[in-house]
Design a binder for this molecule. Sequence first.
Ligand SMILES: [Zn+2]
Length: 105
Amino acid sequence: MTTAVLHAPRDLRIEQRPIPAPSEGEVLVRILSVGVCGSDVHYYEHGRIGDYVVQRPLVLGHESSGRIVDVGEGVSPGRVGERVATTSDSTARLQSMERWRSSSP
Ligand SMILES: [Zn+2]
């Protein structure tokens, strides 16, 4: 998969990385669009935002949307094809949505 990886301030490289397999309780999302957040701009221009300093290669783009293309153990295969939006705290949000769905009539 194609990724934008920041190695140092103003050193952004387009790289190919292997597609990960979803672990238990996870989904694999094919990303279709990514927003450029102010955090990404700070990382790119200064290599940091506040106290968080980029110390190793960082994949930029933490606000995105796409479709679920694979699911890990414990996730309903019926979720494949579902459109989703992600943020840095998406893991917690997806778990919350799953709980909401299982409790809805
Ligand atoms: Zn952000």
